[in-house]
Design a protein around this ligand. Structure first.
Ligand code: URA
Length: 434
């Protein structure tokens, strides 16, 4: 294949063949195609797009560019969940143990946070002793014994995605729907689960800022999963303000435990229950999605979700006492309060700006190589719709003294305080396949 011809074809709006796409993925994985040509190709895709068929072919080629996990020796319908990335999104820590408590095997490979979005692996590593690096054999036997295991994505899953994602990140080509869809689904399909639930976030704290683009992404993700023979569904949820009150790794683990105890904030409880219920349905432990949601609620109320979380933590080397004493995760070096300089009502709290402020407390990474402070982050005291008085605390920031002083200035810009009561926000915007 002549890479120059392929770039030109896409640049001029042409449709790529299976052979061209397969050769491209083989070429980037072997290192034969140089980064400058791959980058030019990504920009051509960004402007001229790929149709559904090309996107499916690209996903399939990327999926087979590395190892494909075989979970067939684990009994049951192994069910995975994936979020397209958000701020304060600790739903996996809640929904996965709930689904496992309902008898759905959860064998999940997760990622780390990047930029202002968090990642499940970082959050789990805030738990003292918790091991996220497992061999495939350990991973599978944990799922067989406890019904749940979560590990970091192995290097050999969807190798082409690692190359493409790194180049997309530095060439402003992240936001193309075909590139996002192939990146997500190549990894999910290679991870080997039988059922996949996609939580597509929509709003200023998500890749997809508009409802239309979130719907387009959700639609193609579901079609891809179904055509690959997996039970697949999607929930489109609002990411215009952070989920829950905690943003930052150990703070989010503590909040997830509160939700499992039935005393978490309403928004994160609602979305986690819905995701868990959908997983229970996809894993065929409920006849309808509604039956799944009711089962998830009951699992929180009975304490079975919390008990499964404790078992999951201890099976992966973590200290299960965390559910009774979250202070064992350690404390940040310093904290400061951000206070309101006016009376009013919070009209809006930007998820993106809150995520950036949290990243700058030390809780998030600027690049894949950055070190993070697992105890840094933000606890929000006021969110959209809350009344606030001058001098009242809007949020508390945790981390290194100097960093949180700067982050507090950024967080002030995330709050928009006015006089009107804003209209209530819908959290769950749409469901596909549920
Ligand atoms: N998540 C991914 O795994 N890939 C993307 O491209 C975007 C979100």
């Amino acid at each position: 294949m002549d890479m120059n011809d392929m770039i030109r074809k896409k640049r001029d709006g042409g449709k790529l063949t299976k052979k061209e796409i397969d050769d491209f993925i083989t070429g980037i994985t072997s290192g034969e195609i140089p980064d400058y040509q791959t980058s030019a190709f990504l920009m051509a895709v960004f402007f001229m797009h790929m149709d559904e068929e090309e996107t499916f072919l690209l996903t399939d080629a990327m999926m087979h560019s590395g190892a494909v996990a075989d979970l067939s020796d684990i009994p049951g319908i192994k069910t995975d969940k994936h979020s397209t990335g958000g701020v304060g999104d600790k739903t996996t820590l809640i929904a996965a143990p709930i689904a496992a408590a309902a008898g759905v095997p959860v064998a999940k490979m997760s990622g780390r946070g990047l930029g202002y979005t968090g990642g499940t692996i970082d959050k789990l590593e805030a738990i003292p002793g918790f091991r996220t690096k497992l061999t495939m054999t350990e991973f599978k036997s944990l799922v067989k014994e406890n019904g749940i295991a979560v590990m970091g994505q192995t290097e050999d899953i969807a190798k082409a995605d690692k190359i493409l994602y790194a180049l997309r990140d530095v060439t402003s080509t992240i936001e193309d729907p075909s590139l996002i869809a192939s990146s997500i689904m190549s990894k999910k399909l290679a991870s080997g689960s039988d059922a996949i639930l996609l939580d597509v976030k929509c709003g200023d704290g998500a890749f997809m800022h508009t409802r239309g683009s979130a719907e387009q992404l959700a639609d193609i993700l579901v079609k891809m999963g179904v055509s690959a023979g997996r039970r697949t569904a999607a929930i489109i949820s609002n990411m215009s303000q952070p989920l829950g009150n905690a943003v930052g790794n150990s703070l989010e683990v503590a909040e997830a435990i509160d939700v499992l105890k039935g005393k978490g904030p309403a928004d994160i409880t609602e979305i986690s229950t819905m995701l868990a219920g959908a997983m229970i349905y996809l894993g065929c432990k409920a006849k309808t999605p509604e039956e799944g949601y009711a089962a998830a609620e009951e699992i929180i109320n009975s304490g079975a979700g919390l008990a499964k979380f404790r078992k999951f933590v201890s099976a992966q080397g973590g200290d299960p006492a965390i559910t009774e004493d979250v202070t064992i995760m350690g404390t940040a070096a310093a904290s400061i309060e951000l206070v309101s300089d006016t009376d009013g009502i919070v009209q809006d709290l930007s998820a993106e700006k809150t995520g950036e402020a949290s990243q700058h407390t030390g809780a998030g990474r600027a690049t894949k190589e950055s070190d993070i402070d697992l105890d840094a982050g933000i606890l929000l005291r006021k969110k959209a719709g809350d009344a606030v008085k001058k001098g009242e605390t809007l949020a508390v920031l945790y981390g290194d003294e100097e960093k949180i002083q700067c982050a507090a200035k950024e967080l002030r810009d995330a709050y928009f305080i006015g006089q009107k009561q804003p209209s209530p926000r819908k959290l769950i915007l749409e469901k596909l396949g549920l």
